[in-house]
Design a protein around this ligand. Structure first.
Ligand code: SF4
Length: 333
């Protein structure tokens, strides 16, 4: 059974802040606040085709700080979504939203839970208080901890979102953020390397030369490590990198934005695993790498990067497919 999100973007309207990196209009590609009637129409239109294809969907209110928008408007959106969860539970399995950690308390959770909410994602961005302050987030890591435990206490799925390469950030801070997410019991994680957009404070800092984000190489290494950490903790990373968008491409001044970023990071993990394995095999320099056909491009790497790098380390390999195998290496002679 496939699972998807029907995303409803509720832009900036709920947010009294102006974080250094944020231009919600560009990120979501949407500035219009959807009416409950429009949401109803979308869910109604999608229903027959989702049902025919056997796809289940969560209704996802993303794009801003959902729990900070006007209460009447928020409950109207939730009531509309919940009516579909109640009347078509074979397709619409629940409701999720994204919000700020300081916009979660027991009152708001009462409202969300009484209207079918199943998952809340917090834009934590970093668990380093200095990074949060420099990027004018207006909340602390303690707010993330408090909100996370309130969400978990309600039995809701907890999603935590982090960014890498913010103003003042360091790779080791990101690794510490991931550790804290794991100990908070995150059920899902999203990782967004910073994209510097025109019209934001980061854009100004970047243009003045006061701020440089991580390079693509640093980001790929870092995010490969983060994927590994979350995987070992059994936490799905449901998104790595911003969705492709013409708006972002047009307004981007710098940062890491690659349509296949996740593939690059997963490929880096294969490289690290192959190198570690090959280095443990005495004098052997030629290997047969067995892997499932779906992994071949990640084993080889973009532009054969893994092959080239291993060659530089004195190793060579050929690939043989083996269904269901992630990685198995044999000496070639
Ligand atoms: S809290 Fe979220 S929506 Fe508000 S300015 Fe910051 S990133 Fe943008």
């Amino acid at each position: 059974m496939r699972q998807t999100n029907i995303s409803v973007f509720v832009p900036h309207i709920g947010c009294p802040h102006r974080c250094t990196f944020c231009d919600q209009r560009t990120i979501s590609g949407e500035a219009h606040a959807p009416t409950p009637e429009e949401v109803e129409r979308t869910l109604c239109d999608q229903l027959p085709s989702l049902r025919a294809r056997g796809i289940k969907a969560e209704i996802a209110f993303f794009g801003g700080s959902f729990t900070g928008i006007d209460r009447t408007y928020m409950t109207a959106l939730l009531d509309t979504a919940n009516a579909f969860v109640q009347s078509a539970p074979d397709v619409y399995t629940g409701i999720r939203c994204s919000t700020r950690p300081d916009l979660i308390d027991d009152d708001i959770l009462d409202i969300l839970c009484s209207r079918g909410m199943t998952a809340v994602e917090l834009g934590a961005q970093s668990m380093n208080d200095e990074v949060l302050k420099l990027n004018e987030r207006g909340h602390s890591s303690a707010d993330v901890e408090r909100a996370s435990s309130l969400i978990k206490a309600r039995g809701l799925s907890l999603g935590l979102q982090m960014m890498t390469g913010l103003y003042g950030d360091r790779p080791e801070y990101c690794i510490e953020t991931a550790r804290r997410f794991i100990s908070l019991g995150a059920d899902t994680v999203r990782i967004y390397p910073t994209v510097i957009l025109a019209g934001t404070k980061l854009g100004e800092l970047y243009k003045s030369g006061e701020y440089r984000t991580f390079s693509e190489e640093t980001t790929v290494n870092l995010c490969a490590g983060l994927l590994r950490m979350f995987d070992e903790a059994g936490i799905p990373v449901i998104r790595l990198g911003l969705h492709a968008s013409r708006d972002v491409e047009e307004k981007m001044l710098g940062g890491v934005y690659h349509p296949a970023l996740r593939e690059l990071c997963e490929s880096r993990i294969f490289y690290e695993d192959m190198l570690a394995d090959m280095q443990c095999r005495g004098d052997c320099r030629k290997f047969i790498v067995y892997t499932d056909p779906s992994n071949i491009s990640k084993v080889v790497g973009q532009k054969k990067e893994n092959k080239v790098r291993l060659h530089e380390n004195g190793f060579d390999f050929i690939i043989k497919t083996e269904k269901g195998t992630r990685l198995r290496i044999e000496n070639a002679f």
